[in-house]
Write a protein that binds this ligand. Sequence first.
Ligand code: ZN
Length: 189
Amino acid sequence: MILPIVYYGDPILRTKGKTIPKITREIVQLAKDMIETMHDANGVGLAAQQVGRALQIAVIDVRASDQPSQMLVGAQEVPVESRMPMVLINPSISSPSGEETGVEGCLSFPDITGPISRVSSIQLQATDLNDMPVRFLATGLLSRAIQHELDHLNGVLFIDRMDPAEVRLLQPAIDKLEKTTTSRSRRGK
Ligand code: ZN
């Protein structure tokens, strides 16, 4: 089922996600719905907050973009497409290395994009829907998408990481979006 995407101005986007203690049928269904919603919106990632749930779960599928990604499991390079779409439960990042600037967008900020500086490579730890550990090193778009989604899970948004001068340029569009979102929620959608 395609879920409605939450836009900037909704307080859920500023809420840290709760740890998921157990993979229930409800969590499996949520993951399925999030993947469907991400694919429908042509996104490369989606966090639970973006569908109105403050939980530590995100989905990723970098196949929607032609930007390169690399995944290493141990010392072994794994074809990224073979692991997509990917469900990350209770994810965390370690061993950040390097720095890279790239243009990002966000499904919760339609038509708003800007350059964001992030670390280039990360080590990811998470659990999948079978309650199995997921561990790999990511670079390129995969690394960027994971960092963006993990920020969402902590209530952090890409505009927080943008250069203040860039945010000033986008401010009218951001304010407009926030106004539309809050007036819509006052009317009860
Ligand atoms: Zn986003």
